[in-house]
Design a binder for this molecule. Structure first.
Ligand code: GLN
Length: 386
């Protein structure tokens, strides 16, 4: 029987199916399609997004004198502490002066209190993960993030490959490397430039000023990020990424290299404390409904394998980065940001943790204490433990 042109076309199309099925681009399209299906199941997007309720709490914000006093005490108490070691797996970070130490508090009503090296520029590193997570959460919805990226604690180091093997979501959560790169891979956009513009635009909106990349850090990390290359290949083998692995890794590396000061970080996290509105520019950066989701993941994962200990000792959602920055959020009131390069075993700034623990304890703002800053009388450290 002679094949008609129509039959020939059908045969050609049938022949193409296996090609389409094995193409990696097809797997990214499929992952993106699944995300967009999950988007429709996300009831939070239907809720109102612009009714900040933080006014309720503003009356409990400590006075300027209290903030200044507690900052001074924390700075003086810990500036001479020489424990910890700079990150050295990214060569540029090993060169940072270990004596740098800055602390900043920014309140939801736009006041900023600072001490030490609060204006010294450094790269965000993992602190950046919080804000891309916030952007993707807002863009794709909470169901897609929960199912495609994951929100559970790994209990393992930030660059763990075992965590990918052990957890069915693979990427595990947006605040470890695997989850953060997966998060970047789902930033919507047709080109890497499109997606980068959203990432840097989000960071800048949170900070309230235009931010840019520290090119030397970006180069230093791009040349040495062999482990992260392993992570993306493994994620790709599980078809977990929303776009090309190396392209996503490059965007992730660039976002980790964004330059900030402790003051910037304080304002970025004060935006989270203020229900998603930047307290200086008054721009809404994140819908109010998503703020508790971001803070919940910060509490359970922000300090990697030490997140449980942190929640137990300090009781605030926080996030650290290997360059030495830490942010901590007191919802509805203020945020604290610290910068000090030497890190502990888990990769969290040693002095930064101590300073935030001191300030939190003094001001009585552990979110689980139920006490307001007015009623709480704290001493630090307490005799006989807390
Ligand atoms: N850019 C760093 C990395 O990928 C970020 C790690 C961190 O700050 N914990 O290893």
């Amino acid at each position: 029987m002679k094949a008609t042109p129509f039959m020939q076309l059908r045969l050609i199309l049938l022949g193409l199916i296996p090609l389409v099925l094995i193409s990696p681009a097809w797997s990214y399209t499929k992952a993106k399609q699944e995300v967009s299906d999950l988007k429709t199941r996300n009831f939070l997007t239907q809720l109102s997004t612009d009714t900040p309720k933080t006014d309720l709490y503003k009356k409990d914000i400590p006075t300027p004198e209290t903030f200044q006093q507690v900052l001074k005490e924390a700075y003086e108490t810990f500036k001479g502490v020489n424990e910890g070691k700079n990150a050295d797996y990214i060569p540029f970070l090993a060169k940072a002066d270990p004596n740098l130490f800055g602390i900043v508090i920014a309140t939801v009503d736009g006041k900023v209190y600072e001490i030490g090296d609060s204006k010294y520029p450094f790269s965000m590193q993992s602190v950046s993960k919080v804000f891309t997570f916030a952007h993707v959460l807002q863009t794709l919805g909470s169901t897609a993030v929960e199912e495609k990226i994951g929100v559970n604690a790994t209990g393992l180091p930030f660059n763990s490959l075992i965590a990918i093997e052990l957890n069915e979501t693979r990427s595990v959560n947006p605040l470890v490397n695997a989850g953060a790169i997966t998060t970047v891979s789902f930033v919507p956009g047709n080109t890497p430039e499109d997606r980068w513009n959203q990432i840097i635009g989000t960071m800048s909106d949170f900070a309230g000023r235009p931010l840019s990349v520290q090119e030397e850090v970006y180069r230093s990390e791009s040349e040495t990020n062999l482990r992260n290359r392993g992570i993306v290949q493994l994620l790709d083998s599980y078809k977990k990424l929303g776009s090309d692995p190396l392209e996503s890794l490059d965007l992730y590396t660039r976002q980790c290299s964004i330059e900030v000061t402790a003051r910037d970080l304080a304002l970025m996290s004060a935006t989270l404390a203020n229900g998603g509105v930047n307290p200086i520019t008054s721009k809404r950066v994140l819908a109010q409904n998503y703020v508790p989701k971001v803070l919940a993941v910060m509490l359970t994962n922000g300090l990697y394998e030490d997140s449980g200990t942190w929640a137990y000792q300090v009781g605030l959602p926080a996030k650290s980065g290997v360059s030495g920055g830490i942010i901590a959020v007191v919802p509805g009131k203020f945020a604290i940001a610290t910068y000090s390069p030497p890190l502990d075993q888990a990769g969290n700034s040693f002095r930064g943790q101590k300073a935030i623990e001191y300030i939190t304890s003094k001001l009585g703002v552990n979110i689980f204490s139920g006490a307001t800053s007015r009623t709480q009388v704290a001493s630090y450290p307490k005799q006989g433990g807390q």
